[in-house]
Design a protein around this ligand. Sequence first.
Ligand code: NAD
Length: 326
Amino acid sequence: MAHHAPTGADSSSAQSGASSSSPRSPKILDGKTLSRAVARTAAARVSEIRAKVGRAPGLAVILVGENPASKTYVASKHRFAKECGLETFDAHLPASVSASDLRKVIEGYNANDAVDGILLQLPLPAPLDGAEFVRLIAPEKDADGLHPANQGLLLQGAPAPRPCTPLGVMVMLDLALSGVEVNDSTTLADIPKASLAGKSAVVIGRSQLVGKPMGFLLLERNATVTFAHSKTSDLPAVCRAADVVVAAVGVPKLVKRDWVKPGAIVLDVGINRMPDGKLCGDVAYDEVAPVASAITPVPGGVGPMTVAMLISNTVENCARRNGITP
Ligand code: NAD
């Protein structure tokens, strides 16, 4: 496979003036800092909604069982929601809960007008099937953007909650291409939505949760998108052709330095627990960072943005349900 000339995939690579072969300092896309910008944006929107609707947006969180990772995620979603001024509702059900009791809880939140976002923390303990229960959530109250009706609206490009992880990745991509430095007063309004016209993007992974919706969000911005997956032949060559690489695989350090075109933007969704207990992504960060123009760390990259976009989705669900325009 021939090596490609640098494309100047973003403004930061152009600013750095680095050549295609020399190591450069990539822009580190810090998800924790960027998630604060989402929080400020959401908090301002909550005030606006409160003034118009007479109440704050409500998020209902349903946790089934005692999975420690799920409990941690739920706690951070709660914390974020509270910080942004949302009202929160809680259902912590035992792993032994019956399907009909779980259905009743979801239906109760569907009927409760104070609830705008319903999060059913996945995975559910066996034998409960997560997909089956996600379908019971009222689509307009779907906080995760995973209801089939909302996935259909994504394909149509129509307004609807989008899946949180890919949505967070898009904000990180906007930041990468913006030249904006996030500070204590930055909001999402300061980060222009990037056009990806003329750029190529590869998404590694084709899950319902991340890979597929990710590809469609990139397509909405006019990227030329390739979906790569476990049956793709010569994955390194497919990646090397891309200006934007999104890795959502679940294989530690799969993406190597020579898979990445110099100047490419690398967004790492993977969260892998290593034998020493540390977390790492799907990208071999230390070797890839010097060739990328921008890259997300793991931890502290896409993860915090997923939580932030869940809150943002809930706030926007409330706005949409009350006829408040974006
Ligand atoms: P998944 O297992 O549902 O899908 C993985 C995808 O990777 C599949 O489509 C498969 O075809 C592809 N794949 C597997 N092995 C491959 C290989 N060797 N080469 C190329 N493609 C391969 O996983 P998922 O739910 O999409 O999650 C992917 C990763 O992202 C996991 O590490 C998960 O923990 C993480 N994740 C992170 C967040 C976050 O907030 N940061 C959110 C969701 C998922």
